[in-house]
Design a protein around this ligand. Structure first.
Ligand SMILES: [Zn+2]
Length: 378
């Protein structure tokens, strides 16, 4: 149900600065919970006020209602048909959850602003600890062992703080390209305990925050950040052998690709081949992951980064670049591999097993980020 806005003329002033929010406990993080969209619908759970930040003009959104928000031009947006100046802040009347967006509840401070190329951004600004509560339930599972959840809390806190960038509109996105965040919905008491009992703890190396990458399952050996993405790797992100994840259901995978799809893949990369004669693993990194694959064809051989194959055929199907075997099967090729994810930093399934073996979160973190110190954030 769409409702029209009620303009409420109150002489409240709202600072234009984004720094007026947070609970006063530590860092504030800005997460893009929607972006690259010219319009979206948000649902209110409480009565919410929409405030034009520059003018302080305030509009009331009723509880349990739907509102369509649309881009108009670089400085204006429409909220249920009413034109508002961008940016707009949403303020809950009782301090509770404010809005539901794409089926998820958010209770931080919500900012809606216009972005280039006729798009809108919705940015939630909240304390790092509230943010972590929304990360843990989806990056791990609320029923995982507490010490694994605590290790994840420290890694995710470090990763988030490392990404704070005042020059950008937001610090983090909410998808798997960074760390998955799902708002206030997936939080339970175990997650709150994991976050609170590690409050302020971060991973550092030579007194600097590390980019504390993590992934679902390493397949027996984590890899270096340099091998995964290029560049140099610091010691905590150089890769370690992992004996803990071998029972994971993600430890092995296989995926079949037809010769026709593979041919189209290399043709798109400039090959004039009309027939693939063979596919093999060409170069490996120190962890055993495939760096490159070599296709033998009727028009010579073609070498392709394994990461490009993963991008093209999907990170949920080619689950890692830890490809161990390529065999001819039927009219195509079967790829066998190990692990799920980029393989850098903490292996979540290994962390779970270490916790089940009675190891505490500090031991887990020291295993996956060797040489890193666990410090209190300043
Ligand atoms: Zn592992």
């Amino acid at each position: 149900m769409l409702r029209f806005l009620v303009s409420v003329l109150l002489s409240l002033s709202f600072p234009a600065s984004a720094a007026d929010s947070g609970d006063g406990n530590g860092a504030v993080i800005r997460v893009a919970i929607a972006r690259n969209t010219p319009r979206f619908t948000l649902k209110t759970s409480n009565r919410v006020y929409a405030i034009e930040i520059r003018t302080g003009q305030k509009y009331m959104l009723l509880e349990n209602s739907s509102y369509e928000i649309r881009y108009i031009d670089p400085s204006r947006l429409a909220l249920a048909g009413t034109t508002l100046e961008s940016p707009v802040k949403l303020l809950s009347s009782d301090g509770g959850e404010k809005v539901k967006l794409n089926g998820r509840f958010y209770k931080g401070d919500i900012f809606i602003k216009t972005a280039p190329v006729e798009k809108l951004e919705v940015i939630e600004q909240l304390s790092i600890e509230d943010y972590l509560c929304g990360v843990l339930g989806v990056e791990m599972s609320p029923d995982w062992p507490l010490e694994a959840l605590k290790a994840q809390a420290v890694a995710s806190r470090t990763y988030a703080l490392k990404n704070i960038n005042p020059k950008k509109d937001y610090d983090l996105t909410d998808g798997a390209e960074m760390q998955v965040y799902s708002g206030a919905a997936a939080v339970n008491s175990r997650i709150i305990k994991a976050v609170n009992s590690t409050r302020g703890e971060v991973l550092t190396y030579k007194r600097k925050l590390i980019t504390a990458f993590f992934h679902a399952c390493c397949g027996g050996h984590t890899t270096s950040a340099g091998a995964a993405w290029s560049g140099a790797s610091i010691k905590p992100l150089a890769g370690v052998r992992d004996p803990f994840c071998s029972n994971s259901r993600h430890f092995r995978w296989d995926f079949y690709i037809t010769a026709r799809d593979l041919l189209a893949f290399i043709q798109k990369r400039g090959s004039t081949a009309l027939k693939i004669k063979g596919v093999r693993i060409y170069k490996k990194d120190r962890s055993g992951r495939a760096r490159t694959l070599r296709f033998t064809t009727d028009a010579g051989s073609v070498t392709v980064p394994a990461s490009d194959l993963r991008k093209r055929f999907g990170a949920s199907d080619i689950r890692s670049t830890f490809i161990t075997r390529v065999t001819r099967a039927g009219g195509g090729y079967k790829f066998k591999g190990k692990g799920w994810g980029h393989g850098v930093g903490m292996c979540q399934d290994g962390a779970r097993q270490m916790a089940l073996n009675g190891k505490n979160y500090k031991r887990i973190l020291k295993h996956y980020y060797p040489g890193a110190a666990i410090d209190d954030v300043k």
